[in-house]
Write a protein that binds this ligand. Sequence first.
Ligand code: NDP
Length: 322
Amino acid sequence: DARSTAILVPGKLHPHVIDRLSHEFELVRIDRSDKALITPELAAKVQGIASATLISAEFIDALPKLEIIAHFGVGYDPVDAGHAASKNICVTHTPDVLSDEVADTAIGLLLNTLRELPQAEAYLRAGRWEKEGPYRLTAGSLRGRRVGIYGMGRIGLAVARRLEGFGVEISYHNRRQVPGVAYLYHPTLLDMARAVDTLICVVPSTPETEKTVGTEIFTALGPQGVFVNVGRGATVDETALIEALKTRTILAAGLDVFTNEPHVPEELLALENASLLPHVASASVKTRTMMADLVVDNLLNWFTAGQAITAVPEARDIGRRR
Ligand code: NDP
């Protein structure tokens, strides 16, 4: 019976997850994912975790009966999934249900960056339209742009489909070419950066992607270059980005993600050619509720049918053999 199965929630989590877990399982909460908070009583009973926070190898090792970690979000970089898989512990995430919302946000951020819509609204609200006349013409425009998508996965493809409607040229870079996708493929990120003027980043944060967007890429994009990041801050060399924006090596950047969230460097805040959002790409009531349901459904499926619904690639072969 799932109701006698203990699920641990470390830290904050969406209220719909908490509500459903409290009906379906024995819900246990602690303040944060710190192994010092694992009492012998918890260690003896916790079989599952639902979380949106850091789950380290140490924390996993402190829970000997752990079978599954259900992460809230598609990017599961906070979870040590390799270590979990090595111990036959399943990790799940929330793919697909958020792709459209994140792609919508990427397009919004791109338009905000190019057409300075937030700045224009601030101008109106400050009474400057009436006093000083029309807002300045924007240096940026989406017209005639060549857009390169770094990460043509679930979200990247949703962004590309939307961009088709804008009549821009679309290309992409992945490690592998995607079968059945007709957009131009670039085998390296640098080749793509040289061929486009607009780079949209939506790759996961991995050791391989860390700081792959830096000075060389910005220089290749050139003075009309625009960089949009809805992936992860870790993919970008933030210091190099600030420098590229200051020196106008590129025209502008639109960012939903940062290296050290929720901290955003003062230098970035001071830049007029940066459009900044507080990691809100999937943050609508509708999409976050679907993500919450998928977290709980993964746990329910695991403990009742012995199989997760959306396991991460590292855990694809792990079923419930207990
Ligand atoms: P997918 O796994 O479907 O897509 C990721 C793509 O990145 C794949 O096409 C993959 O192709 C490519 N990729 C991975 N590693 C590399 C690499 N080293 N070099 C080049 N390309 C690479 O994931 P989703 O589209 O569902 O999500 C992508 C990411 O977006 C998430 O991991 C998350 O970090 C971020 N995200 C951010 C949100 C926000 O709120 N801002 C919300 C949701 C997601 P290949 O394997 O062939 O290289």
